[in-house]
Ligand binder design. Structure first.
Ligand SMILES: *Cc1c(COP(=O)(O)O)cnc(C)c1O
Length: 669
């Protein structure tokens, strides 16, 4: 067995990573293997032709994802492509509001739910606007964590019944801007993160003649859990300790601004996998709320921050890429615990605010990229070694034939040792290149034999369990992990990844993914599984001339904005998809945003494209004058350079390649 994974408490059973070999392959197997129903709920299904479909509203209406890709391609947007399923985004907004509405009804809770969307999780205008539109009937508001985000929120949030929560470090300008919101009749609340902010708010509010609404972020003893746990607890960089809260309360009382204090806020980090952690935090924060109320502040709002998770691997466990609760359970637990504590303290219940970002926006966005090539683990053995090959080759051949029926582990050790010996001899000049190549091929063939001989479900020694990833092929994919799946690189966060077509064919190749950046970290070799993680993903053999599309799912939270410009690839193309109302299974692309051109990305790092063109042209002219380049050839070179500087950064797969030197376009002025 593989040893327990250090990431979580789950033990891997070997069986779960394998594509069943016995029965014939059906779309049901595909749904099961890639986990579409587990992590996607009612939002994904596979049609009989093997295409993955998205159900934006979780009902029977569906869109083939390959159709979206085709439609986007027709308008010039080739993968890598971000597809935003706008109806799915709206659906999530409705879901969280309804979950709290039901919980409040069931618990007979006397307060309301007043959610806000934290802009930092996805700042794209279309995303924020869609959320506000879908949330209008629930008076859904916004949360800002910086001046630029507040600038967005002030303009976009017109609903006067919705909250605008201002978090993050604040300077005077930030506070002024927030108070300006109050003057415009908005429900702006400034959440104090540092004690020093209290004095600043009092001073600026007096100067502007505005009655501020203030919240206090409390530093809880309850630490978060999961990847962001370190940012919480006593060492958190945000929030006030109990004694600072007492000081803040005194400052407000002294300034005759007791009326201002309305809200208690906490945030224990994102993607909290365990509901028990959330409960503990809610209980502790409610105690702070009740105490402040008892001290005579008006209060009225309890803000439980973010942290509501996404079940990326569909395992419903306390594993860090998962969660052991649902949105409904979350809402019920928050409401019930706040109610119970307030009743015990004989304090009227507050309205409940939550700042769920990830849970709202992660599911709506799908990244589509193309596998354009593969790197195999040494070619297969096409012929047996010649009788007069080097002795070491003959020894490996004997291990391969295994006449003495050694057990797998022993064979593996022998083969490994012989191969190391072959490499050492090669370095010393005692082995020819042809023999070394044969030694490598024999070694990999032995590994493949051993792998095949291991029955599913049996106890497999650690070393042999690693054969799967050693033997895996690498699919070269036209995208950048650093731009589009940053958290996978930075935090080992798992995203569901699966082909979006050919799902009625057995995926017979065990593979890992590598991106097109020149960085060995630009890869995906951890995949979701029901238990633990898979080291390889079963994919389909690539067919020449036919694109093979892979999707990375639930990438709508954080990835967009945190992606970086490694190797200068930049943002990918984007298509915003809506369901067609009066047409069964129809859809339209409302908006498309082209990815970065080379020119645009160069401009960000201070290269002016016209200057570059001029510099290149000067060199071409020089070469032409020196007769090393013919004039016509020189013109074609400049044309190519100018055309590509306006072109896209990502690769254009070979099948579309045209002889670029022969095409010419209008020149840059
Ligand atoms: C990041 C952040 C959130 C959003 O957290 P999610 O886990 O994405 O819901 C909410 N509130 C604050 C203060 C944050 O910093």
């Amino acid at each position: 067995m593989i040893s327990p994974c250090t990431l979580g408490l789950r033990i891997k059973s070997y069986q779960s990573t394998n594509v069943s070999k016995q029965s014939s392959w059906t779309i049901k197997h595909a749904e099961d293997y890639y986990g579409f129903k587990r992590w996607g709920g009612n939002n994904f299904s596979v049609d009989p032709q093997g295409h993955l479909c998205v159900h934006p509203k979780g009902d029977h209406r569906k869109i083939r994802i390959t159709d979206i890709v085709k439609e986007a391609e027709a308008s010039g947007l080739k993968p890598p492509l971000t597809i935003r399923v706008q109806d799915l985004l709206r659906h999530r907004v409705t879901q969280i509001n309804e979950a709290f509405r039901r919980a409040i009804e069931e618990e007979d809770y006397q307060g309301r739910y007043r959610g806000v969307f934290p802009i930092k999780v996805n700042q794209l205008r279309e995303v924020v606007e869609e959320i506000l539109d879908a949330g209008e009937e629930y008076d859904f508001g916004l949360e800002a964590g910086s001046k630029p985000e507040l600038i967005i929120a002030l303009a976009l949030l017109e609903n006067r019944k919705a909250l605008l929560v201002c978090n993050g470090y604040k300077d005077e300008e930030y506070i002024e801007l927030a108070l300006m919101g109050r003057r415009l009749g908005k429900q702006t609340i400034i959440v104090v993160e540092q004690l020093s902010e209290v004095d600043a708010i009092i001073r600026i509010a007096r100067r502007m003649g505005v009655q501020p609404h203030i919240g206090i972020r409390v530093k809880l003893t309850t630490a978060g859990e999961g990847k962001w746990a370190d940012s919480t607890g006593e060492n958190a960089k945000f929030g006030l300790t109990a004694s600072e809260i007492v000081l803040a309360a005194e400052k407000l009382a002294k300034a005759k601004m007791k009326e201002a204090l309305r809200l208690v806020h906490f945030h224990i980090g994102s993607q909290v996998p365990n509901i028990a952690t959330i409960k503990k935090a809610v209980i502790e924060a409610t105690r702070f709320y009740c105490e402040l109320k008892r001290m005579g502040f008006p209060m009225g709002l309890l803000d439980v921050g973010g942290g509501l998770g996404i079940d990326y691997d569909g395992s419903r466990s306390a594993f860090e890429s998962s969660m052991n609760y649902s949105m409904e359970v979350y809402a019920r637990d928050v409401v019930a615990n706040v109610k119970q504590l307030c009743e015990e303290s004989k304090i009227p219940v507050p309205d409940i605010v939550s700042e769920s970002g990830r849970a709202l926006v992660a599911p709506h966005s799908i990244l589509i990229f193309e596998a354009i090539d593969r790197i195999t683990r040494d070619e297969s053995l096409t012929q047996a070694p010649k009788a007069k090959s080097h002795q070491i080759v003959r020894e490996l051949e004997a291990i391969r034939k295994n006449k003495r029926k050694f057990d797998p582990l022993e064979r593996y050790h022998d083969a490994k040792q012989k191969r190391e010996e072959a490499h050492a001899r090669f370095s010393l000049g005692n082995l020819r290149l042809e023999d070394r190549a044969m030694a490598d091929r024999l070694f990999w063939d032995i590994c493949r034999q051993i792998r095949q001989s291991l029955a599913n479900g049996t106890e497999i020694p650690d070393e042999l369990a690693r054969l799967d990833s050693m033997l895996a092929e690498q699919y070269v994919c036209n995208f950048s992990v650093f731009q589009s799946l940053l958290d996978h690189w930075a935090l080992d966060q798992l995203f569901p990844i699966a082909p979006i077509h050919r799902l009625n064919e057995r995926p017979s190749v065990q593979a890992t993914l590598v991106d097109i950046t020149c960085d060995s970290d630009g890869k995906v070799d951890d995949f979701i599984d029901l238990e633990d993680v898979r080291r390889t993903l079963a994919l389909h053999p690539l067919k020449p001339g036919q694109p093979y599309y892979i999707g990375a799912f639930m990438v709508g939270a954080y990835q967009d904005i945190m992606g970086d410009l490694h190797n200068l690839f930049g943002r990918v193309n984007e298509a915003h998809v809506f369901l067609e109302d009066d047409e069964e299974d129809g859809f339209y692309i409302e908006e498309s945003i082209p990815g970065y051109s080379v020119e645009r990305i160069l401009d960000m790092i201070q290269y002016n494209s016209e200057d570059l063109c001029r510099m290149l042209k000067r060199q071409v002219d020089k070469a032409t004058k020196a007769d090393s380049v013919r004039p016509r050839e020189g013109v074609a070179m400049v044309d190519l350079y100018e055309r590509l500087i306006r072109g896209r950064t990502y690769l254009i797969p070979h099948r579309e390649e045209k002889s670029s030197l022969r095409q010419s376009r209008p020149k840059l002025k």
